[in-house]
Design a protein around this ligand. Structure first.
Ligand SMILES: [Zn+2]
Ligand SMILES: [Zn+2]
Length: 195
């Protein structure tokens, strides 16, 4: 956040409850301090419950200095508007766990996905910029590997795809990147996408 120069956040969308996707919530305090308001965090009911448990010290204790979070529960079928951006939630399967991805106009963000139903895929069609996860080269029960992610890309046919959430087993970006098809790139720290 500091390096990217982010000064303002309208809201935080949670995809699921795994620690690599929620544990940074404690670091929203500077935004609370600068706005004087709680940060709005959107999540599935199950995920919101997990946030309440894992950040128990945040809720119900109006102690100065603690992060302030306002949890709003969402579902896969109800679009929401955050600031001036319309957000369409999309349910994808993280192995056996249903989690959320999000579409913002021409951009779709799907992390930790293994599969997606045909019905939910309808929400993704027409995406121009796809951000999705490609874990590494071998099979994994809860994440798409590179081959599966590339097959998904050829089905959706976005103009540009950024692969995220890759493990160190993916290999070096300078070696893997050039082997990817045109319009498919590895994401990197500091990547900015404008909408
Ligand atoms: Zn996960
Ligand atoms: Zn993850």
């Amino acid at each position: 956040m500091l390096r990217a120069g982010v000064r303002h956040i309208d809201g935080i969308l949670l995809t699921h409850e795994h620690n690599d996707h929620v544990i940074g919530l404690d670091d929203i305090r500077p935004f609370n301090f600068s706005t004087g308001r709680p940060m709005t965090v959107y999540a599935l009911p199950r995920v919101a419950e997990q946030v309440r448990k894992r950040f128990e010290y945040v809720f119900g204790h109006p102690i100065p200095g603690l992060p302030r979070i306002e949890l709003i529960t969402i579902d896969k079928d109800t679009p929401l508007v955050i600031g001036s951006v319309r957000v369409q939630p999309i349910e994808v399967m993280h192995g056996w766990l249903p989690i959320l991805g999000f579409r913002f106009g021409e951009i779709t963000y799907l992390t930790d996905m293994k599969s997606v139903s045909d019905l939910e895929k309808e929400k993704i069609k027409g995406t121009q910029i796809l951000i999705t996860s490609a874990l590494h080269h071998k099979d994994h029960p809860t994440h798409m590997n590179l081959e599966e992610a590339l097959a998904f890309v050829s089905e959706i046919k976005p103009r540009q795809t950024w692969f995220i959430h890759s493990s160190h087993r993916m290999g070096l970006a300078r070696e893997v990147g050039p082997k990817l098809p045109p319009g498919v790139s590895l994401g990197f720290d500091g990547l900015e996408i404008e909408i």
